[in-house]
Design a protein around this ligand. Sequence first.
Ligand code: ATP
Ligand code: ATP
Length: 260
Amino acid sequence: DCSMGNSKYEYVKNFEADDRLPPSNWIVVRIHGCDFHSFSSIHEFEKPNDSNAASLMNSCASSLLEKFPEIVFAYGVSDEYSFVLSEESEFCERQASEIVSSFVSYFGSAYVMKWKEFLPDKDLKEVPYFKGRAVCCPKAKIVRDYLACRQFDCHVNNQYNTCFWMLIKSGKTETEAQLCLKDTQEKEKNEMLFQQFGINYDKLPEMFKKGSCVFRNKVEEIVKLDEGGNPVKMSYEIVTVDHVDIIGPRFWDEHPYILH
Ligand code: ATP
Ligand code: ATP
């Protein structure tokens, strides 16, 4: 140990940067897959949305909530996931690089471990890897707005990608498809899907339109009846994946304990 007896080497410790995030801030760690454009094509993900690959991402995120109780909420779409840590969390003494690297490595390892469970017919041919960053939010309202922003992006991207891949599947080149979609409004894209391809955008799976939310749901169960015949309840939390709107107030009103 180089700290013993104040060795001449000990000064090197001063070169370690302290990157503690400020206290009383919510911490959002956003991770995303690197080179997933190529990763998804090598592994022949269904386009625009491979539901097995998306379920694999969701399962990895759930395992993070199981492993790290201080994650209160997660939101994911495509190859990205955001994890919210409670404002008073002392996880990794709030050192940004340690928090981010723990989440990134846990997620990547879970992705590899669970691959066969979700994509049993496909060999893992490349090493999936992720990177991440931490964002500080001084108010719960900012966390909500951050999440709303991700979900809004999910909608915009999904609508674009659904049109884009339908055009490709109908024989257009990438350049032609991009040109068809250039400067189109939301309504025009919906009409294109409906008129050219018979797709009602509203009827597409919620997972792709809204992305995935992972959180602890409070569940109450009657375990027995007491002597007076009254139910004795036990409440516990289960990590749940849902594809719900988090832009409006409803979800947050129904789950006030998440971003208290
Ligand atoms: P970078 O390394 O800079 O992040 P990238 O190659 O990962 O770039 P992104 O812009 O992050 O590219 O895009 C992610 C890619 O992964 C997109 O091409 C997207 O279609 C693909 N992808 C991710 N999840 C899925 C999925 N479930 N089904 C199909 N494709 C997916
Ligand atoms: P933290 O999560 O805080 O980093 P830790 O459980 O990883 O804690 P460390 O203080 O980092 O603990 O110590 C690493 C542990 O791993 C030590 O107990 C060390 O003996 C053990 N270890 C690491 N490499 C080997 C190895 N090749 N063979 C046997 N033991 C090892």
